[in-house]
Design a protein around this ligand. Structure first.
Ligand code: 16G
Ligand code: MG
Length: 564
């Protein structure tokens, strides 16, 4: 390894002095102007990780749902998974090293991880449609090549497509062909096989409107269009020809504002969905005959998928170990429905795809979704082999169910949650079950809930345990939350520091809701706390009616105060 050449090349991607960025929940993300040195260094790090794992590593240039002027980067591990936590730390160290220290930090990582410098390295690169992505991905390539790594630049891809490519390349072809045609063919073949079994297939039922957040999802759906010519009519909105990326549209906008994106024509009862900027998240929604907007989030997607899978297993007569993984943000109604009605075990992990993904790998079949629409289903290799064998052997209804299960296994992107693949899974299930979007929505009724973000002086004052559902510090906070929520039926509330923004997030839900403006509140509870050091104060205020209602949250952020 020629450290001198690395230093020389690095000077072309010099780090602004004093700039410290952290590899967060989903990699580095910030204004694109500050990312050139990060990209170069992530190219270097990807080479080291590739040498250490003797596998292909992915580097994705994207900032997902962030505004267009931002960008970001994340590394993809050999099985298409998120980067291992110890390497996230290396990424932060390498990104933070001042120019003159960078080669030393690089060597230290190599020593610590026992990287063999002679080992060959291969890195695959993808990027989203941001104007800055082209130049930034060239900087990644610069980093890869200066360390002698080989690379393949896929150019424009959705994030989950790059995860898929990495997984394919490292599974020796078992998972599929590592090309965009391979991806399209695998998914479309599975979709067509699956929906062949659907009895009702009126056009009305088989069309969906997609808000592509003015991002990469639009390009990639267009590429796939001809594969579905008879199966599904996909109408694209916010396809990037006019609007700005993620501006007033996309899954994050729809989920957080609980309203339709701009630029989408919605007629009543039409099935609509939104992708986020890099197409790894999806939420569905519709407007009812009275014009009311209904959001169908990741929790309801998980419920639809797991109930479909469970029915197929019952039909085949296989009792496999299936689990559903959620986070603290999962609506209480979804958890209760899954556990009490469907009798499926539910597990809760910390926020962030990697946590859910790893938990889901513990099951024969693990379905995971965050409420915000990140998710997929994972099938153990043994289960996949067994189901595909049963699909050949079994006859009649059992055989039909096994064939459907075999196809749906291929339709999921098992490397990571994928808006395109999830959309096809959902469309296929709705068609097979003959369900309208309203019937799907009616599976259970969400508990009223509110989520907000609050800027505080130092978000690290709050630490959590029990999958972020309980606060450990500051002392007294959790007890106060407990006192508050026990007054309301089905109430739940938690506070956690964000892993992606410099803010604290607060979530609360309870069994019913009456708006503050209606002036029907008849009592309120205010709790506040000042830490021992006296520099941080939280005030949680739940306004309610006599029928136990969490209803209104107001934020008055002022020098480290949080009032909810
Ligand atoms: C990232 C995570 C997502 C998480 C979100 C909110 C990935 C690919 N994405 O977008 O899973 O829900 O951050 O995190 O992991 P926060 O509440 O900690 O800011
Ligand atoms: Mg995303």
């Amino acid at each position: 390894m020629d450290l001198e050449a690395v230093s020389k090349r690095s000077a072309f991607h010099a780090k602004p002095q004093g700039l410290i960025l952290q590899y967060g929940t989903a990699g580095f993300r910030t204004n694109a102007q500050h990312l050139d040195h990060i990209m170069f260094r992530m190219g270097l790090l990807a080479v080291l990780r590739s040498k250490q794992t003797k596998s292909t590593i992915g580097v994705m240039v994207t900032a997902s749902h962030n505004p267009e002027e931002d960008n970001g980067v994340k590394l993809i591990d050999p099985l298409g998974e998120m980067l291992a936590p110890t390497w996230e730390e290396h990424a932060t160290c390498l990104a933070s090293a001042e120019e003159q220290d960078m080669p030393r930090v690089l060597t230290a990582i190599m020593e610590k991880e026992a990287v063999d410098p002679q080992q060959a390295a291969f890195v695959v690169i993808g990027k989203d449609t941001r104007p800055s992505s082209e130049k930034l991905s060239q900087s990644v390539i610069d980093g890869v090549t200066v360390l002698g790594g080989q690379f393949h630049d896929y150019g424009l891809l959705t994030t989950p497509q790059l995860h898929y490519m990495v997984y394919c390349r490292n599974s020796g072809g078992r998972y599929g062909k590592a090309t965009i045609e391979g991806y399209c063919q695998k998914l479309s073949k599975a979709f067509v096989e699956l929906t062949k079994q659907a009895s009702c297939s009126g056009d009305e039922n088989r069309s969906v409107k997609v808000d592509c957040a003015n991002g990469i999802g639009a390009l990639k759906l267009k590429e796939m269009e001809h594969y579905f010519s008879q199966g599904l009519l996909v109408q694209l909105f916010n396809d990037g020809t006019e609007g700005r990326l993620n501006h007033l549209c996309g899954a994050d906008f729809v989920k957080s504002h609980q309203k339709p994106p701009q630029g989408m024509e919605m007629k009543s009862d039409e099935r609509c969905c939104s992708f986020d900027g890099d197409a790894d998240r999806i939420v569905y929604y519709y407007r009812d005959a009275d014009g009311h907007f209904h959001l169908i989030d990741g929790d309801k997607i998980a419920t639809l998928i797991s109930s479909f899978l469970k029915d197929l297993l019952l039909e085949i007569g296989e009792s496999l170990n299936m689990g559903v993984v959620q986070t603290a943000y999962a609506n209480g109604s979804s958890t209760r429905y899954l556990e009490e009605v469907m009798k499926v075990p539910v597990y809760c992990t910390k926020t962030g795809v990697k946590h859910l993904h790893h938990k889901a790998q513990e099951f024969d079949i693990g379905v995971y979704f965050e409420a915000n629409g990140h998710g997929t289903a994972l099938f153990s290799e043994a289960v996949e082999v067994k189901i595909k064998r049963l699909a050949q052997e079994l006859q009649d209804e059992k055989g039909k169910a096994a064939k459907m299960l075999a196809s749906i296994i291929d339709l999921f992107n098992q490397a990571t949650g994928d808006a395109i693949s999830d959309m096809l899974v959902i469309e296929a299930i709705l068609a097979l079950k003959g369900l309208t979007v309203q019937q799907w929505d009616a599976i259970y009724v969400d508990l009223p809930n509110r989520q907000l973000k609050v800027k505080v002086a130092d978000r690290r004052v709050i630490s959590t345990t029990n999958a972020e559902r309980q606060a450990l510090t500051p002392p007294g906070l959790q007890e106060a939350i407990n006192d508050l929520v026990k007054k309301y039926k089905l109430a739940r509330a938690f506070v956690r520091p964000s892993g992606t923004e410099d803010i604290v997030r607060v979530y609360a839900e309870a069994d019913s809701q009456v708006s503050w403006e209606q002036g029907r509140r008849n009592h309120s509870c205010v709790w506040n706390l000042t830490t021992a050091k006296g520099f941080f104060k939280i005030e949680i205020k739940i306004e309610c009616t006599g029928t136990y209602i969490v209803n209104s949250y107001q934020t008055v952020p002022c020098c480290g105060f949080l009032r909810v």
